[in-house]
Write a protein that binds this ligand. Structure first.
Ligand code: B12
Ligand code: SF4
Length: 446
């Protein structure tokens, strides 16, 4: 059969009068706003793809959906008391249900636009899901926080979550990529709803949030995400490394095994999220706090601080020190978290996220790396005043120069290769004091 004679082709061509006009429709902002609210969102705003706030993720967005012209940013409220309670089952239900609602809103708006002949795409609300990229590259399609801020849906607080001017931080975020312009775009709000009260700093069990807004990614990821991607991978290795059931039970308690079952069957359990629970910011939220701060502390902060629970940390990490000092009544458990790069490039991209500022105290040094073998690369890592900087090439005068075969280096980081053996085989060598290598290692507990 000839293509032109196919029933579908003939039908569609007859509808379109033999032509396919490509009309560029400008979507009316009010109409679109109502569509998104009717789908179940609590607030919505629009951002054009050319906005400078999207500079660092425009390529990713266009890679996922090349026709993107507009991002619809929206928020869905979470109920407050379920997030505040010490009962994690209740809080997790609220996170998961609201997350499902974000996905439903996205899906329903995309359907409505599609029915109107406008292409659109809704990335998942959820936790990093592009697992091909785990653990080295971005595992999500759109970073929603900067989009929400650009659209006027709030600002990032000290705890690095978006605080909506009215709903506070009791929201989850979504975004829809649309292949059409919109008649009016949003702008960031003119103030930050964050009160800088630092209750999030006081409540976080692992000290992931610092008063100046720095965030210890590995502390949060190791504890809060014990039953998500990295923690799960570590749990599997605990099973693999156990000689028998009795040894497994010395590594993983019955309660932890049951909790993993619960996560696998009902949706992964966050272990904390206390930074959101205690935050009093936002017009709808602040009333009780303004009326009586002591009651807010007593009802919403102290119970989380006082809770007797297991806290998951990397051995010799800043988080371990924080729990021991601030929450001695909580039980520390050492775990691994599987953030181990498979390539030198992955190492250089992720090293800042596993850096422990506290463990680097007193260390001020420039490290030059010369990687040879399958990945040839020059890099400079500087650790100074509890901060880390990573740059391509050799910059400045090194205090220590590390020459390493790239596969040997990543194998060493992954605990799959022995460094002494590598030195004997000349796959690894140093120019400078060994003590600087040891000090470097202390900044990145495994
Ligand atoms: C990665 C991620 C995380 C990471 C990093 C968080 C962060 N501060 O960036 C971790 C695992 C720690 C995390 C924790 C939480 N998250 Co989260 N998370 C995301 C995700 C997928 C992307 C975040 C992002 O874009 N960051 C912005 C970039 C620009 O940050 P960055 O500083 O440059 O780099 C960070 C990332 O690149 C990341 N990263 C780098 N390398 C790697 C490697 C791996 C393996 C992983 C997992 C991450 C990662 O860590 C860096 C440092 O923070 C978004 C969903 C989305 N698609 O946007 C939800 C999101 C930000 N999370 C959210 C929530 C609710 C949480 C938690 C409260 C979870 C919970 N229920 O317990 C905690 C809060 C922790 C905190 N105070 O920030 C909400 C925030 C809602 C709001 N009001 O702002 C979002 C928007 C999900 C949603 N759809 O609503 N999250
Ligand atoms: S708890 Fe206080 S300091 Fe932390 S984000 Fe909320 S308002 Fe800001």
């Amino acid at each position: 059969m000839k293509f032109d004679d196919h029933a579908t082709v003939k039908h569609v061509r007859s509808l379109a009068n033999g032509e396919h006009p490509r009309v560029q429709e400008i979507l009316d902002a009010e109409w679109l706003r109502q569509l998104v609210l009717d789908a179940g969102a609590d607030d919505v705003g629009f951002v054009e793809i050319g906005r400078p706030a999207l500079d660092d993720q425009r390529a990713d967005i266009l890679h996922a959906f090349p026709r993107t012209q507009t991002l619809i940013a929206f928020v869905v409220r979470m109920n407050r008391e379920p997030i505040r309670t010490t009962a994690r089952s209740v809080a997790n239900l609220e996170f998961h249900h609201t997350g499902d609602q974000v996905n439903d809103v996205g899906r329903s708006v995309v359907r409505a636009l599609e029915d109107r002949g406008i292409r659109a795409m809704n990335p998942a609300m959820g936790f990093p899901m592009e697992m091909d990229n785990f653990p080295e590259r971005k595992m999500w399609v759109v970073s929603y926080k900067p989009v929400a801020v650009a659209a006027g849906l709030g600002m990032m607080g000290i705890h690095r979550n978006v605080i909506h001017q009215k709903f506070g931080n009791f929201i989850l975020l979504g975004a829809i990529l649309v292949a059409a312009p919109v008649s009016a775009y949003g702008q960031p709000i003119s103030y930050n709803p964050c009160l800088e009260c630092k209750l999030c700093v006081a409540a976080c069990p692992v000290g992931a949030i610092t008063p100046n807004g720095d965030f210890n990614f590995s502390a949060c990821y190791t504890h809060n995400y014990r039953e998500f991607l990295g923690g799960f991978t570590d749990w599997v290795e605990q099973i693999a490394d156990s000689r028998d059931a009795v040894e497994y039970r010395t590594r993983v308690s019955d309660s932890e095994s049951a909790s993993m079952w619960q996560s696998l069957s009902f949706g992964p359990n966050y272990k904390a999220a206390y930074c959101l629970s205690v935050c009093p910011a936002g017009e709808d939220v602040i009333g009780d706090y303004l009326a009586d701060r002591q009651s807010h502390l007593k009802e919403n902060v102290r119970p989380l601080q006082d809770k007797q629970e297991t806290i998951y940390v990397l051995k010799s990490s800043d988080a371990e020190e924080h729990v021991a000092k601030r929450f001695p009544h909580k039980t520390i458990k050492h775990v691994g978290n599987s953030l181990r790069p498979a390539t030198v490039e992955g190492f250089l991209n992720s090293v800042q996220h596993v850096f422990q500022p506290g463990k680097s105290a007193g260390l001020n040094a420039v490290y030059h790396f010369t990687f040879t073998g399958s990945e040839q690369k020059l890099a400079t890592i500087e650790i100074r005043d509890r901060k880390i900087t990573i740059r391509n090439g050799h910059i400045g005068k090194p205090d220590l120069h590390i020459f390493a075969d790239s596969d040997t280096w990543t194998g060493f980081l992954r605990k799959e290769r022995n460094i002494v053996w590598a030195i004997i085989r000349r796959k690894f060598r140093l120019k400078g004091p060994l003590k600087l290598l040891l000090a470097f290692g202390r900044c990145f507990p495994q």
